[in-house]
Design a protein around this ligand. Sequence first.
Ligand code: HEC
Length: 147
Amino acid sequence: MMGKWARLRSVSDVLLPMLLLPMMLVFSAACQRTRSLPSIEAAPVVSAESLATGAKLFAEHCARCHGVSGWGDGPEAQGTSKVRVQDLGDPVWQSNVSNDRLRAAILRGGPGVRKSAHMPAFPQLGRSRQELDGLVAHVRAMARTSP
Ligand code: HEC
């Protein structure tokens, strides 16, 4: 009886560290990755009203490809396997584009920023700087805090 219990305890003595160690490694790796995330340019300062308009514009013009969340899962993106829309939530991509670049991509379309012509131009969104910046702020709000 005693011998059996002793063996059981030693099994748990071995198993527990074997389970805990990889978990700790994964956790510390995740922490490091979060800490090393590149910084993202602050969104343009807009009124709550412009931000709401930006969200509306996104739903109207962009969600069909980029998805409601902006993370690249719109119905048209899923339909065509050849075209990959930009995942607007990708924090690394977010850190690599300025607000000016976002405005340019929206107004001039993909070819205007040396990207695919599958990204259309929306010159009409340049009529109101407030609304355009509301849209840019909405895109900034889509950034995920982990890759
Ligand atoms: C018909 C599909 C479609 C629609 C609609 C669309 N996009 Fe895109 N978008 C794309 C594709 C495809 C790309 C990827 C282009 C590439 O990587 O070459 C892209 C890329 C982008 C980029 C990245 C540009 C860069 O410089 O990296 C931004 C920003 C963007 N879209 C914003 C928007 C916004 C905002 C709207 C709405 C006003 C919108 N898109 C509407 C297809 C679309």
